[in-house]
Write a protein that binds this ligand. Structure first.
Ligand code: ZN
Ligand code: ZN
Length: 260
C-alpha cells in the first residue's frame, strides 16, 4: 500500500496526494511501475527518464528550425550564409523587436503537441513540450518579464485558458509573467481562417498595452506558440513600441517553414 488514500466529493480516489510528502520519490517510482510512461504524441510505451515524454520515433521527427538563421527575425537563411547574418528583409526594414527566436518547424510531433495544448488543455503534452523547449532554448536568453500573447476576453471565456500562459508558466518557472500587461482589446476572427493580407488588416490596433512604466528598461519576452505570417507578433510589438517598451525579444515555439 502506498499510503492512506483520500477520496474526492464524488468518491473517486485522489492519487495526487501520493506524489507529495516525505515518500514522494518512492511513490512516484511505484506509480511508474504501475503506469509506465507513454509517448505524449503516439501513446507508445517509453522507458526513457529524460523527461521529454516522447518515444524515439516521435523524437526523431521533431525538426528544429535549421541553421543558419537571420540574427534578427530567426528566418532560415540559405546554406551559403553563416550564423550572425541578417536577412534581406531585416536589412531593408529592421523589425521593432530586438530578436525573434523560433525553435521548431510547425509539423509532426511539435504540431500535435501544440494542438493538444491549445485545444485540449493536455497537461501531459504541455510537460513534454516544456521539456523539449528547455532542451533547445538559447543559453544566452535573458528575460525580466514574460508577456504571453493574449487572447481576447471573449475567446478566453470560450476556451477557459490561454495556451501561451500555460506554456510560459511551464517553461519559465520562476520568471515573472505579466497576465494583463498586453491585452487584446479587439475581438478578431481566428487568424487561421484568413489569407496573409487579411491577417495583417484583421489585427490592426487589436492590442493594448497596460504595462507599468517601470518595465520600460526591462528585457521583455513576448511568447507565442506558432509564428505563421508574423502578423500577430508584428502588431503586439508595434503596440509595445508605441507605449515605450522597446527591449522586446520574441519567442515562438514553432514557425511554419516551407517543406525541404
Ligand atoms: Zn511516439
Ligand atoms: Zn531577418
Amino acid at each position: 500500500m502506498l499510503g492512506v488514500c483520500t477520496k474526492d466529493s464524488r468518491g473517486h480516489v485522489n492519487l495526487l496526494h501520493l506524489l507529495q510528502g516525505p515518500l514522494a520519490s518512492a511513490r512516484k517510482a511505484a506509480l511508474r511501475l504501475l503506469f509506465p510512461p507513454v509517448c505524449a504524441v503516439c501513446g507508445a510505451a517509453i522507458s526513457s527518464a529524460d523527461g521529454l515524454l516522447l518515444c524515439r520515433d516521435c523524437l526523431a521527427k521533431v525538426r528544429p528550425v535549421p541553421s543558419p538563421v537571420c540574427s534578427i527575425c530567426g528566418k532560415p537563411l540559405g546554406a551559403s550564409f553563416s550564423n550572425g547574418h541578417r536577412c534581406g528583409d531585416c536589412i531593408l526594414k529592421p523589425p521593432l523587436y530586438e530578436r525573434c527566436i523560433s525553435l521548431f518547424s510547425f509539423e509532426g510531433p511539435v504540431r500535435e503537441l501544440l494542438h493538444r495544448i491549445k485545444y485540449k488543455d493536455d497537461g501531459y503534452a504541455l510537460r513534454s513540450m516544456s521539456a523539449l523547449v528547455g532542451a533547445y532554448l538559447p543559453a544566452d536568453l535573458k528575460i525580466d518579464l514574460i508577456l504571453p500573447v493574449p487572447l481576447h476576453a471573449k475567446r478566453l471565456r470560450e476556451r477557459g485558458y490561454n495556451q501561451c500562459v500555460r506554456l510560459a508558466k511551464s517553461i519559465f518557472a520562476g520568471i515573472p509573467i505579466s497576465y494583463d500587461g498586453l491585452k487584446r482589446s479587439v475581438y478578431t476572427q481566428p487568424q487561421t481562417s484568413l489569407e496573409r493580407r487579411q491577417r495583417l488588416v484583421n489585427l490592426k490596433g487589436a492590442f493594448e498595452v497596460c504595462l507599468s512604466p517601470e518595465f520600460a528598461q526591462k528585457r521583455l519576452l513576448l511568447l507565442d506558440d506558432v509564428l505563421t505570417t508574423g502578423a500577430t507578433i508584428t502588431e503586439c510589438v508595434l503596440a509595445l513600441w508605441k507605449a515605450g517598451f522597446r527591449r522586446v525579444t520574441v519567442l515562438t515555439i514553432a514557425r511554419t517553414l516551407r517543406p525541404t
